[in-house]
Design a protein around this ligand. Sequence first.
Ligand code: ATP
Ligand code: MG
Length: 570
Amino acid sequence: MENKSQPPNQINNNFIQEIIENEQKSNTSAKQLVTRFPPEPNGYLHIGHAKSISINFELAKLYNGKCHLRFDDTNPLNENPDFIESIKKDIKWLGWNWGENLFYASDYFETLFEYATKLTLDGKAYIDESSQEQIRQLRGTLNSTGTESPYRNRPINENVELLNKMRNGDFEEGSMVLRAKIDMNSGNINLRDPILYRIIKTPHFKTGTKWKIYPTYDFAHGQSDSIEKITHSICTMEFEDHRPLYDWLIENIHIHHPQQIEFARLNISYTVLSKRKLSELVEKNYVQGWDDPRMPTISGLRKRGYTPESIKNFCNKIGVAKRQNTVEIQLLEHCIREDLNKNCKRVMGIIDPVKVVITNYPENQSEKLEAINNPEQEEMGSRKIEFSREIYIESNDFMEDPPKKYFRLSPGKEVRLRYGYIIKCTKVIRDEVSNKILQIECEYDPNTKGGYAPDGRKIKGTIHWVSSSNSFETKVNLFNNLFSVEKPDEYDSIKEVINPNSMETFHNSRIENHLLKAMPGDKFQFERLGYFCVDKIDSISNLPIFNRTVTLRDSWAKIQGSTNPKISQS
Ligand code: ATP
Ligand code: MG
């Protein structure tokens, strides 16, 4: 029974929630919790972002706070409004809503410039005319300190004047930058006079040509959080070393100080979760777009047949920690199976059909058989399927020369048709030239309606089938992992490790007529084959095309035998 006095604990293994929990306990005048999800609009969201979205929105919900959506649109070179729309769509689809709290870092450009001016006036920032290469060289390395730029001690009034001229567009791209004046000897490279502004003359999709200079991510990010009065700035571990810089900036500008908390990014085996690599897959046509069903993007997963619930459930199961890890892709697949197993209708479809003629069944006859829609959900009822002389079975459910213990169809042997009759193979007809099987002939036992022999003879195998009159021909896509190695990030190039067989299309699959009117996004279990989802309606045939979401075999549940996700440490 739910105990109302217990703290809310819907989030699994979440150290950030513990921090907030403790703060709330010790703080009587608790301020409202404000989190944010801050994507850069330079790509589509992926399942790693879903983890971040889920953390931020879930915490806001649990503690009666709010979660902002802020587009960190500080670099006009890679950003565009299409990405804005896709990001909004995906967050909503996942079931989260930012309400009125939609913001853009570009809305703060004026304020950010004021901050930069303040730092410059205070002698804490200067204009550096060194080249990019010089700046990089003088920055030093992890093992050696940096060297001060010859421009570092430029008088304040000159810095202010140059900054204003930079803003006016008086200088060429690359000719100078604004740098914070912190400490070239710092052990933390981020504090060695980081760049705050650079000249970029590309128009911005929101501010047009108004700005000729743009703040760096490091300068914009923390200040934007501060402007929005974010209480908890939750980000991934790679920003841990940037935190001293963010602290320095906020303290020297004298503005609200959000608390930054870092967690480990999500990595999943057999895929990549970096926008740079995902956009490379798209740009080099290794996949058919950001929403290709093989992509780990939210839109790809949606097209593949994933549901918002399954993704949320996955995010909940993996927990939130600081330690780097790689989650096995099987866990994600397990989460969608769990969902679809309960909620999907089961139907029959044949991916790679071979025709079977029941020679002792009259030619112009057919009959209706009863098929159960989901044996685990009685209320989903049943439907009628048609049996007739000509049916299709899966070509790999037949073997002419089978090994022992092969319980599917083979010459002289019997097999049960799911919800149908017992049939026996009497003949195989092959194409004389190609030797390909054209047709299998069988006889059915009229006394075995429903699949059981009244004489009690044992039939071990049951196969799925569709009758030719009660099925339509369409396209079905099957998928494999996008990469052929477990940790593609460890390789230099994507090309080296991309799986050439990640997608297989069958053009002549046959599906029960029951699905003729299925719409994009509709999901079904095809008995024995897996879960499938309508990708789209074919523009020529007007028939639904199917994607396989996952097979039925849950290797995750098999390995685990429990609910504890197996995570390999790296
Ligand atoms: P990439 O590094 O892949 O180019 P990014 O992480 O910088 O992209 P952003 O648009 O800046 O992309 O990400 C928005 C938010 O999502 C950030 O707060 C980031 O920390 C978080 N995020 C991105 N990738 C992951 C991931 N794999 N796991 C968890 N959170 C992530
Ligand atoms: Mg980022």
